[in-house]
Design a protein around this ligand. Structure first.
Ligand SMILES: Cc1ncc(COP(=O)(O)O)c(C=O)c1O
Length: 390
């Protein structure tokens, strides 16, 4: 019904991922096969294109209210995550990273500590530093394919009076890990006990692989959900990153008013009418497409894992429970970061996010974006096997 095998030429588009100049700047190879930045090479759900066309044909693209997009979003979260969000709790930012920027600016002061769990989506570190706050890292423990939290270390860091905020990536990019309800509650309890404000980035929360269960913070009950800030978005889920629409859910009225002040300060409230149409259509009519996309992505993962296990058995492929980003350990090659980056980008010819971007403990890993037609995954596998079996 949906053709995820279709190869769509993106090299000529404004999209960053396949743009030869961007690939040259980032990887020193304009022809590298791009499996880096997290967007999909699939056409969006037909309902989204239809909705955008309708607005395009209307021909007037003036200042707009989020209106229907908020309702569609709230209904989606109720259906998909069993969380009753009141529409007035929802604020919008152009992106989830902007939401995190605003949260840092709103609730912390320069010099304050912001806790994260590396290896984690590297803009977390970048924005903490650009706001002149301190990164406080409580690294996740990676033991083979097992991922765990060092709670003693986390608690010690949360107890430091300088630590004011915790930014949690749930599910986790790049480890593809889903936190259990018990883990989430334990993390939040520690933060609440130490007056550390919790901001949860759930941008990958709809990209849950077959057979896996994701617990959104909203499902932990009011005692948890009403005290935190949760950012969600249709951008990863429905391949709408360029549409610039994210939802920030803040049930607490005072925290919400503070956040709203910063949205006004930077005039972030203006909405794009094409995005509103796209978001509404995605949440109202995109479920079937998403479920099919997730199946397809997971089949890509199984293919990648199977091929690497067979032909490059020393490479450890972490389980993919969520996200469309596979994380593979190439430490057996014995290369430093620069040499591994050069090997993949220039010799093998695949553009990937390098593990060390996310944190030192992920040096030697590479992240593969699997939201792409199978033919691209096959090509990547072939390139790797040819180069690495030597
Ligand atoms: C965990 C996480 N947060 C945020 C983003 C980016 O969000 P946005 O483009 O909405 O700023 C990404 C993109 O890959 C991500 O993985």
């Amino acid at each position: 019904m949906f053709n995820f095998d279709e190869i769509i030429d993106r090299r000529q588009s404004v999209g960053k991922k396949w743009n030869p100049e961007t690939l040259d700047d980032m990887f020193g190879n304009p022809n590298a096969l791009p499996m880096w930045i997290a967007d999909m090479d699939f056409k969006v759900a037909p309902a989204i294109s239809e909705a955008i066309k309708e607005v395009a044909e209307h021909g007037i693209y003036g200042y707009s209210n989020a209106g229907s997009a908020i309702d569609s979003y709230v209904n989606w979260v109720k259906r998909r995550h069993n969380w009753d969000i009141k529409p007035e709790w929802v604020l919008n930012t152009p992106g989830v990273v902007t939401a995190l920027d605003v949260a840092i600016a709103t609730y912390t002061e320069p010099g304050d500590g912001v806790l994260i769990n590396k290896p984690v989506y590297y803009p977390f570190s970048m924005i903490i530093e650009s706001h002149k706050r301190q990164i406080v890292d409580s690294s996740l423990v990676i033991d083979g394919k097992d991922i765990s939290i060092d709670f003693a270390d986390f608690e010690e860091k949360a107890k430091d009076p300088n630590t004011k905020m915790f930014i949690l990536c749930s599910p986790h990019n790049p480890l593809g890990h889903i936190y259990s309800a018990e883990e989430l509650k334990r993390l939040l309890d520690i933060c609440f006990a130490n007056d550390v404000l919790v901001v949860v980035d759930e941008i990958h929360g709809d990209l849950i692989m077959p057979g896996q269960t994701f617990t959104s913070i909203g499902e932990l009950g009011e005692d948890y959900a009403n005290r935190v800030i949760v950012a969600q978005a249709p951008s990863k889920t429905f391949n709408l990153a360029g549409m610039q629409w994210s939802a920030v859910v803040i049930p607490d009225a005072e925290l919400r008013a503070q956040f709203q002040q910063h949205i006004e300060l930077y005039d972030l409230a203006i909405q794009n009418p094409l995005a509103i149409a796209a978001v509404s259509a995605a949440y109202d009519d995109g479920a079937e497409w998403l479920d099919a996309a997730v199946e397809y992505i997971y089949a890509n993962f199984e293919y990648l894992q199977g091929q690497l296990n067979e032909h490059l058995p020393e490479a450890t492929v972490l389980d993919l429970n969520a996200t469309y980003l596979a994380f593979v350990d190439f430490n057996y090659l014995g290369l430093d970061n620069e040499a591994l980056d050069q090997l993949f980008a220039k010799e093998i010819g695949i553009a990937l996010d390098s593990g060390h971007w996310f944190g030192d403990t992920a040096s030697g890993y590479m992240r593969f974006n699997l939201a792409t037609p199978r033919a691209n995954v096959e090509k990547a596998v072939e390139l790797m096997i040819n180069a690495l079996q030597k």
